[in-house]
Structure formats: structure tokens, C-alpha cells
Design a binder for this molecule. Structure first.
Ligand code: C5P
Length: 319
């Protein structure tokens, strides 16, 4: 169902098993509204799904299989009930009454502790693919609703790609893409990742931005491009307190600009970090590959994605 030359990023293959692309996300802005009684925080954030992602392969195991089988390319990732993929399969069975067990192969490209929602994307993709393989017992709306029970930033992967999210992050409002889908992004993540609960704990509510979330949303839609004034993230303060090198990296990226020395439109952290997003160019500045201090830094170009009929699309190639 390709439209206006749009490139299909993810297409499920029919048959016994299916290959699926599992995207990640960035937060174009992230405001923390309040600390809740249940330990979570109400937030207001513009999420956008991006084309940095993992490859997944799912197949239904023969009847009688006692357990799901998860294999992951990254040996440091647990493959048992702690993994969001297994949690998604358990939730799928509990909600639908289906009995099927699955074999899942997970080829990781998205770093963890990165603020990119890689594991959350895996959970959403698993939920979606298990439903497809089972003959669609659940609607897309049900999958979206259930996904909030696995984690806070999973529901966005059932949105149109650009979503204004509130509550813990699980209340999803589709918004028109606020910027051109071919806006180049450069993702830069130091070797040290950050733990989301730890960053929320280190957040000083007295040091938040005063910007009104709806005003940020309107500002982005009106500008059609990112800027430092609009891409505020209240979790930068605790992340920079926790990892001072991250603030230094952000400042260095802002000062250096891209490979040609052109300033980025905006340089900001996504989620609870530790990825810094540079917008407006994906040509990495030379210091990232030349400075020995930057050894082990993850660097990747990225583009925004949009979702139609369960599949992810990038902007048509060549604009
Ligand atoms: O929901 P999820 O499991 O992704 O959240 C991980 C942790 O991050 C929570 O246990 C909580 O400490 C923190 N968190 C929060 N407020 C949110 C989302 C996450 O405090 N809206």
C-alpha cells in the first residue's frame, strides 16, 4: 500500500513467521508536569518515531510448546521474563485468551540506556506481530490501550508516528508531523547509558522549564523546524547532574556544528538520555571520530517515520 512513492520501512511477510522492523523514538520536547502518588510522573511530551530500529523475526511455535523462546544478538540483554518482548507476549495471551507460544529473534541496533525507547519499540512490535500471526483477534485500538500496561512509552508505537503524549506517557494524541519527515537528525550517545528511574529520582522539580507544553507544540507546528528554544527537556538537568560529560558533549556538538561547521537547528537530549539529538544535518562533526575521548560514542543518522495501516514509512527518497 505504498503511497506517493513513500518508501516502505517495515513490511511483514506472510506465512509461518514474519520479519518486522522495530523502530525507536525521540522526544522533541519533554516537560515533567508533576510527581504522582504512585511514584510515576505526569509528563507532556512530543514523541516522534524514527527509523533507527531493530530487526525482529517472530514465528508461532508448534502446539504444546511450553514457553516462548527469545534469542537476542546482544548477549548482555536478558531473554527471560524481564525482557519487554516476553512481557508483551504474556500480556497478549492474558488479554486475548490465545494460547500460542512464539519464537522471537531480536537483532539489536538501538542502544539501551539511550532514551530512544528501543526496548519499548520491541514490546510494541511484538504485540503487533503476535496479533497478526494469531489472525488479528485484537484491534489496533485495543493493542494501543493494552500497551500502556507494559511500560510508559510503548503506546507511541501505535500512533501515527508523531504523538503528543501525556499521563505517564501512555495517553497518546496523534498530531500532524510538526516538521518535514526528511528532516535530518544525528543521534550521538556516549558509551555510558542512563537509567530512567534513576534520572526521574534525581529530577529537581524546582529547576524545570517554565514553557507551557501546548505552546511548545504550537510553536513547533508554526516554525516547521526544531530550535533550542522549543526542544526543551526537563530531564536534561538530572541527566547532566548524573553525567557531567553529557553536558560537555551537548555543548561541544552545539559549538562544532556538523561536518561542514554548519550550526545544528537544535541540540537536545531525548527521553531520560543519554542520547543527544542534533537536528538539521546528519553529517557528523569530525571530532566524534578523531578525538580519542570520543572512542565508543554511538553515532547514527536518523529520519522521522509515519505509520499507516500498521506499517512504517519514511519520506519518499529524494524528497
Ligand atoms: O513505565 P516504565 O517502566 O518505562 O518506567 C520506568 C521507570 O521510570 C518507572 O518505574 C519510574 O521510576 C520512571 N517513570 C516515571 N514517570 C514516567 C515514566 C517513568 O517516574 N512518566
Amino acid at each position: 500500500p505504498s503511497r506517493s512513492g513513500a518508501r516502505v520501512v517495515a513490511r511483514a511477510s506472510a506465512g509461518d513467521g514474519m520479519q518486522v522492523f522495530s523502530p525507536s523514538k525521540v522526544n522533541l520536547f519533554l516537560r515533567i508536569v508533576r510527581r504522582r502518588e504512585d511514584g510515576y510522573h505526569d509528563l507532556a511530551s512530543l514523541f516522534h518515531v524514527i527509523d533507527l530500529g531493530d530487526d525482529m523475526e517472530l514465528e508461532v511455535l508448534p502446539p504444546g510448546a511450553g514457553e516462548d523462546l527469545l534469542q537476542c544478538s546482544d548477549p548482555t540483554i536478558p531473554c527471560d521474563g524481564r525482557n519487554l518482548v516476553i512481557k508483551a507476549l504474556n500480556l497478549f495471551r492474558a488479554k486475548t485468551g490465545e494460547a500460542a507460544r512464539f519464537r522471537v529473534r531480536l537483532d539489536k541496533r538501538v542502544p539501551h540506556g539511550a532514551g530512544l525507547g528501543g526496548g519499548s519499540g520491541n514490546a510494541a512490535t511484538t504485540l503487533w506481530a503476535a496479533n497478526e500471526l494469531a489472525g488479528r483477534p485484537a484491534s489496533d485500538a485495543q493493542l494501543l490501550e493494552w500497551s500502556g500496561e507494559i511500560g510508559s512509552d510503548i503506546s507511541v508505537f501505535f500512533s501515527s508516528g508523531a504523538a503528543y503524549c501525556t499521563g505517564r506517557g501512555e495517553i497518546v494524541e496523534d498530531v500532524p508531523p510538526p516538521l518535514p519527515l526528511d528532516t535530518p537528525l544525528l543521534l550521538v550517545k556516549p558509551p555510558i547509558g542512563l537509567s530512567t528511574p534513576q534520572i526521574f529520582k534525581a529530577l529537581d522539580l524546582g529547576r524545570r522549564s517554565a514553557a507551557e507544553p501546548r505552546a511548545l507544540l504550537g510553536g513547533l507546528a508554526a516554525a516547521g523546524r526544531l530550535s533550542d528554544a522549543l526542544c526543551v527537556n526537563d530531564l536534561e538537568q538530572p541527566a547532566f547532574d548524573t553525567l557531567p560529560e553529557l553536558l560537555a558533549l551537548k555543548r561541544r556538538l552545539a559549538a562544532a556544528g556538523d561536518a561542514a561547521g554548519r550550526r545544528f537547528d537544535a541540540v537536545f537530549m531525548t527521553g531520560s538520555g543519554s542520547t543527544i539529538v542534533c537536528a538539521g544535518s546528519d553529517a557528523a562533526p569530525a571530532f566524534l571520530s578523531e578525538d580519542p575521548d570520543c572512542a565508543g560514542v554511538f553515532v547514527s543518522p536518523a529520519r522521522l517515520l509515519t505509520r499507516r495501516a500498521g506499517e512504517w514509512y519514511a519520506a519518499p527518497a529524494g524528497g
